[in-house]
Structures are given as structure tokens and as C-alpha cells.
Design a protein around this ligand. Structure first.
Ligand SMILES: Nc1nc2c(ncn2[C@@H]2O[C@H](COP(=O)(O)OP(=O)(O)O)[C@@H](O)[C@H]2O)c(=O)[nH]1
Ligand SMILES: [Mg+2]
Length: 488
């Protein structure tokens, strides 16, 4: 029986045992239903960290408001739907339809007479491919001036009942301050339960601003990301930290022909003139100065930022000849593709495991809150699964590997990371084989790995962390050798 099936069976049994407690039984039904729903990924971080902008770039459309109106102070769920619609949930279970508006080209949800503090959450349904497999939860931010609003993000990530929680978190940081560290600690305590954090990826956001918009901004942002990654080791939290310029990514994904033409024109402007005009955003959009319509310039600087404009102009000078190529190059340089692949490896491919993890943690919480005679036995079983499911151990180890290197030769370290699913969780990716490698070759290679890592893990001179890491790798290899590969 897979771990997922085992968990379903456990939750179903618990639900029967709770038949007299309708509230608990209903909560358990919710926990079960969640296992079949898309993975829930929350975007968290301080106010103005760039969460809503990043959401838009992940979806590839402008669907999350980024202005400072009431609606951006409410936790907002983005799910897949046939037609765009926005619903506000308030006063417990009351729902109101929310009109979507565009003002000066900016999207906003009009809450009407409702205030942000009245609304529990907004639910947005939108036709977008990204949302088919993932529900994205946008949060208002942690250092909001209004205390009750900033209290909401943790309460969404650390829910009383399972219906409002997230399975994985993308945490955006611009600088690492005390609020960030303490908030990350809270997420760690809840998202991963006592058994350690799972599914947290860090983003150094607005990465184009790190070097004051200079061309090497993304390089500087990479350094910052590396520093964050090592500082986050203390919290034991993040599995990866990636720099992303969300604004640029979104603008690139929605690049228009007239914008491409403007970049081409700007590429003809003598370097010095362009540099002078680009000392500030205001200057860049001033009438005169440049051979592109000022209104278009204003919109371009708004959408791309100064860094994005420099990057685009340079790419055109380097020979990019059409807008689809420019769009692709800019998206690549924004860091979005890298974030997407980290999200895919850490969350997407492990969606079942992450959901399973949330379900077990939610189950434990319900059992604890409403104890009955059998609760202790159910809790013990859930606890055993949280400790035993090998995928959870892999995720925890992957998290630690980002910051703590086991004492192994370089090549072995990379192999270990691959084996525990750091580059993809299918057997070929784990073994470093061609995707079309046959079952015999996979098995053979897996068995060699089992032996190697078993032997290493038993080496008397290894420290405890390294030996434990090798044991986890050995068990990952055993899992492949005993194919079919088990997902969760
Ligand atoms: N330069 C730059 N500005 C950004 C970026 N992402 C967001 N912003 C700007 O930062 C402000 C706050 O962004 P928003 O996405 O609403 O942040 P949130 O409060 O975390 O949701 C807006 O004015 C955005 O245009 C980015 O990658 N680069
Ligand atoms: Mg926002």
C-alpha cells in the first residue's frame, strides 16, 4: 500500500471513530478531499516584497492587483476556473461577488462597502494553465502597518482547520531582517509540524533593484541569495533561494510589438545619451530627450523598470531581432525559469508528498484538539508516517544540503543530491541515466548505488550527519531497485 493510500485509510478510520463529533468528522472529510485537490502554494513575505507581481509572472497574466487598495490587504486564493470571477468571503460564511476593474491599466478588485478587515479571504477563479495543478495563495505581507492584517498571513499558514492552509511556501525576501527570520521560524513550526519543515523555497525578490538597476544586478542578487541561503540555515528552513526580478519577468511574458520597436529605436541612440536619459525613471519618461513617444516610455519604465530596459536594449544591440526572442531572453534573465524549475522539482513533482504531509499534520491537529478514546492510537500512527515516509526524509535532507555539506568528495555530494531527488524524482533522473534507460539498466544501477551508499553510511569515521545522509541516499536507491517507483 502506498503511503498516500495508507493515510487515506487512516483518516477514513478516524472519521468513522468521530461519527458522533460532527465538527471533527467534517474537518476530517475536508482533509481527505484536500488530497485530491491541486497543491496549494502560498506566497509569503513582507509588504511590497513583490508577491503579487511574482504571482502574475508565474501565471503569465496580470491577475493579481499590485496597487495598495483594500483588496491587496486580504489573503487571496487563485484557482483555475472556466471564466474569471472573484468572490469575497466574509462574516464566516457569507459570499459577495467582487467586480474586477482596470484603472489606468492597473487591475483591482472592488470590495465595495466591505473593508479588508471584514473579509476573511478572496477567491479568484481564472482560466490559466499554471493554476490547473497549483492553487496559488497571495498574502498581504508580514510587516503591514495594520497589526490584524499582518497577523493573517501566519494564521493562513498555520490554520486551525485544514481548509485554509498551504502545502508549500514561496517566501520572498528583499533583505533578511528580524521580522523575516521570526516569521520563517513560525512557518517552520507549522508548515512542517514537529517533524521539520517541508516545501519552503526562498526568493530574493525585486532582484533587479539589488545593484541599483545596473546590468550586473542579477549577479549581485545571486550573491545575496547565497548569503540568504546560508543565513537561513539557522532556521533550517529553505530548500533553495533563487533571485527573481518578477516585474521584468511579467513584462517580458506580455511583451508587445510596440515595446520591442521602442527598444530597437533606443538601441540606435548613442550610449552616452541613453545613459544620461536613464539616470532615473522620471528622466527616462520626460518629453524630448529620446526618439520614442514619452507616454510609451513612461509605460515601458513602469512595466520593465530601468534594469529591464537596459537589458532589453543591450540584447537588441547583441543581435536579437524579434519580440518572441527578446521576450524569451528577458524571461531567462529575470530568474523566473530557474524559480519555475525549483518549484517543479521541490513542489510539483512532490505534490502528493506535500499534500500527504499537510494531511497528516492536519489529522494530528484535529486528534489533539478533540480527543476521544482512540485518538492516541491514531496520533501514533500519523506520527509514525510523518517520521517514516521516505519522501519527507528526502525533502528534509535536501533542505539541509543547501546549507550544510556532508563531508564527502565533491562528486559524491552531487550524486547524493541527485539520488534523493534534488534534480527530479523519476528513477532515471535520480540515477543520472538517460531518460530512455531500460528497467534492467535502472535496476542494475540502483543496486550498485544501494551498495555504495550503504557501505558509506556504515563507515566508522563519518560524522553523524554525513552518515545519516548516506543512509537516506541508500534508501532512495533501494526504492528504485524495488521498482515500480513509488511516488508518495
Ligand atoms: N523593480 C522592481 N519592482 C518590483 C518588482 N516586483 C514588484 N515590484 C514593485 O514593487 C511594488 C510592490 O509590488 P507587489 O507585487 O504589489 O508587492 P506585494 O505587496 O508583496 O504583493 C510595486 O510597485 C511593484 O511594481 C521587481 O521585480 N522589480
Ligand atoms: Mg500584494
Amino acid at each position: 500500500m502506498t503511503a498516500l493510500a495508507e493515510a487515506r485509510a487512516l483518516i477514513t478510520t478516524a472519521r468513522s471513530a468521530y461519527s458522533i463529533d460532527t465538527y471533527a468528522a467534517a474537518s476530517l472529510t475536508e482533509v481527505l478531499d484536500r488530497l485530491d485537490q491541486p497543491l496549494r502554494v502560498a506566497l509569503a513575505g513582507s509588504l511590497k516584497a513583490g508577491k503579487s507581481t511574482l504571482l502574475n509572472s508565474l501565471v503569465g497574466q496580470d491577475i493579481a492587483p499590485t496597487d495598495a487598495t483594500e483588496c491587496t490587504k486580504v489573503v487571496t486564493w487563485y484557482r483555475s476556473g472556466a471564466t474569471p470571477s472573484v468572490t469575497a468571503w466574509y462574516d464566516g460564511d457569507r459570499a459577495a461577488h467582487v467586480p474586477v476593474q482596470r484603472r489606468d491599466g492597473r487591475l483591482t478588485f472592488d470590495l465595495g462597502d466591505l473593508t479588508a478587515s471584514q473579509v476573511d479571504r478572496l477567491e479568484v477563479e481564472w482560466p490559466a494553465r499554471t493554476l490547473t495543478h497549483t492553487t496559488i495563495i497571495d498574502t498581504p505581507g508580514t510587516s503591514s502597518l495594520s497589526r490584524d492584517v499582518s497577523a493573517r498571513t501566519p494564521s493562513m499558514l498555520t490554520p486551525e482547520n485544514s481548509s485554509s492552509g498551504a502545502d508549500a511556501v514561496v517566501y520572498l525576501l528583499r533583505t533578511l531582517n528580524a521580522t523575516d527570520v521570526s516569521f520563517l521560524g513560525q512557518i517552520g513550526a507549522h508548515v512542517g509540524g514537529e517533524s521539520g519543515p517541508l516545501g519552503v523555497v526562498g526568493v530574493v525578490s525585486r532582484a533587479d533593484e539589488v545593484g541599483a538597476g545596473r546590468m550586473d544586478a542579477m549577479m549581485s542578487a545571486k550573491d545575496v541569495a547565497a548569503r540568504f541561503a546560508s543565513e537561513l540555515e539557522a532556521t533550517g528552513l529553505c530548500q533553495a533561494v533563487v533571485p527573481v526580478a518578477g516585474l521584468l519577468a511579467l513584462a517580458a511574458e506580455t511583451l508587445r510589438q510596440n515595446e520591442f520597436d521602442a527598444f530597437s529605436t533606443l538601441a540606435q541612440v548613442p550610449d552616452q545619451d541613453l545613459q544620461l536619459a536613464m539616470l532615473s525613471a522620471d528622466r527616462f519618461s520626460r518629453p524630448g530627450l529620446l526618439p520614442v513617444d514619452p507616454a510609451l516610455r513612461a509605460s515601458i519604465v513602469d512595466r520593465f523598470g530601468l534594469f529591464g530596459i537596459r537589458m532589453a536594449v543591450t540584447l537588441v544591440k547583441l543581435g536579437v531581432r524579434d519580440s518572441p526572442t527578446l521576450a524569451a531572453e528577458l524571461v531567462e534573465r529575470s530568474g523566473l525559469n530557474e524559480l519555475r524549475s525549483v518549484i517543479d522539482v521541490q513542489f510539483g513533482q512532490r505534490a502528493d508528498q506535500l499534500k500527504l504531509h499537510s494531511a497528516l499534520v492536519a489529522l494530528q491537529r484535529i486528534l489533539e484538539a478533540r480527543p476521544i478514546g482512540q485518538s492516541a492510537a491514531f496520533r501514533a500512527q500519523a506520527g509514525r508516517m510523518l517520521a517514516d515516509v521516505h519522501g519527507f526524509q528526502e525533502l528534509r535532507l535536501l533542505g539541509r544540503l543547501r546549507s550544510t555539506a556532508p563531508k564527502l568528495p565533491e562528486g559524491d555530494l552531487a550524486e547524493l543530491q541527485r539520488l534523493i531527488g534534488g534534480y527530479g524524482i523519476d528513477a532515471a533522473a535520480r540515477l543520472g541515466l538517460q531518460p530512455d534507460a531500460g528497467p534492467a539498466e535502472r535496476r542494475e544501477s540502483a543496486l550498485v548505488s544501494v551498495q555504495k551508499w550503504r557501505r558509506l553510511s556504515e563507515h566508522p569515521l563519518l560524522d553523524q550527519f554525513t552518515s545519516r545522509a548516506c543512509a537516506v541516499a541508500a534508501r532512495s536507491a533501494e526504492g528504485i531497485a524495488a521498482a515500480p517507483p513509488v511516488r508518495a
